[in-house]
Design a protein around this ligand. Sequence first.
Ligand SMILES: Nc1ncnc2c1ncn2[C@@H]1O[C@H](COP(=O)(O)OP(=O)(O)OP(=O)(O)O)[C@@H](O)[C@H]1O
Ligand SMILES: [Mg+2]
Length: 495
Amino acid sequence: MKFGELFAQLGSAIAAFMFFKAILDQYIPTQLRISVGKHSGKLFSFLSPYIQITFSEFAGERLMRSEAYSAIETYLSTTSSAQARRLKAETLKNSTHTLSLSMDDNEEVADEFNGVKLWWASGKTTSKNQTFSFQPITDEKRFYSLRFHKKHRNFIIETYLSHVMKEGNAIKVKNRQRKLFTNNGSSWSHVAFEHPATFQTLAMDPIKKRDIVDDLTSFTKAEHFYSKIGRAWKRGYLLYGPPGTGKSTMIAAMANLLSYDIYDLELTAVKDNTELKKLLIATSSKAIIVIEDIDCSADLTGQRSPPVKKKDENDPLKRMAREETESKSASKITLSGLLNFIDGLWSACGSERIIVFTTNYVEKLDPALIRRGRMDKHVELSYCGFEGFKVLAKNYLDLERHELFDTIEGLLGEVKITPADVAECLMPRNIVGDAEICLKNLISAMETAAQVETEQISVFRQDYALIFRKLVKFFKPERVECNERTKLGGRFTHY
Ligand SMILES: Nc1ncnc2c1ncn2[C@@H]1O[C@H](COP(=O)(O)OP(=O)(O)OP(=O)(O)O)[C@@H](O)[C@H]1O
Ligand SMILES: [Mg+2]
């Protein structure tokens, strides 16, 4: 058949179809047609064993993107990148170097949960915008639709959908750019939090480390438990130890482990307890609130001013001085203000928060501040042990073993050296075959420290002997004669 004939036949078929459609449209009433359409849809869904749920990007008239839509989009990102043939890529919010992938319009991917198979499809509806414009503006509404067998209706609605929301939000929290806040008066300002510390790179006793990681992870899963026992969902950590033992590094590792923001509270910049309360209310959940060097941060003695004597009250100068002192002390944070911050009624106005105090002098702190229940976990970060050294050697030099390790283990048992100092010795200085030089540097630093320590002990003992002799001479002069003869002081110097 020639092409011209084929074209003519096709044209007459279309004309015949249009003719019959016009007659049908004219003689069959509109109501009947709509009703037939509706019933055929019902008939189809009655016969189909599948149920469909649609999640619109912008629900109703709201201008805000639907939380459910964006949680689904995040939840499906891994499945989409594995299955969809057409994907959309965009950079994550607040991040220029991380891409997020989602399926393009009109794609479908399959998912499986607890052995139940279901399908997610992406789609969009397009409508013309009513506003006047020379350029026709189209309004696109995107949606996801979920299709599953009707026998799984209850399981999907009650279990699967909440799993999708939870997972999607958890992935979002993990991917988001975290923030490091600092307080300026009663408000917070922030920068991006980009500290790379992790528990893997933290040098400390592995059993202690495991315990802390377990404690933190079970805390994040314990929402139900905390509400069951009637406690606010928060946990207090006290990190103490000498400078350079990794307290601040551990806070960064905690934030990275849990994907939390950090609120670094500078107590000295807070005017009073009211301002402290405002700051607390302004913190979000999934956050670590840190007060570093709590012993130096404020005068937290909790002492009240002594009662005013009657004669002082009559003296105008003394009264003025007292009022000035009182007004000054009213603009300071008190111990009770801080205790309220940690576990007063207001402390429960956010959830999933960790409060961390650090100090070099745990013995200086008021016991009320750090009692169990307030600071639930007390963690001592101490001088570098051999296990800690091995972590640093792996991090800094990529070394898991070396013949000098035995010497180092021996010296670490004798000398108090902080992980910060060990790390400094292990820092490669761009020399080829550097690792051994670094280890030798560390050994000589520890040998020097050991020598200094011995000298200090002997000086201390000499001083001690001198003081002892003076005391004895003061109380029992006749015994000193005897002691001098037996060279008591000299014996001390030979220690
Ligand atoms: N336990 C550790 N593991 C790994 N690195 C550590 C550790 N301790 C210290 N460092 C290294 O030493 C540096 C200082 O440590 P960090 O600031 O955490 O000490 P700190 O205990 O907070 O000291 P300070 O009491 O003076 O605040 C860190 O940048 C880190 O590189
Ligand atoms: Mg620190």
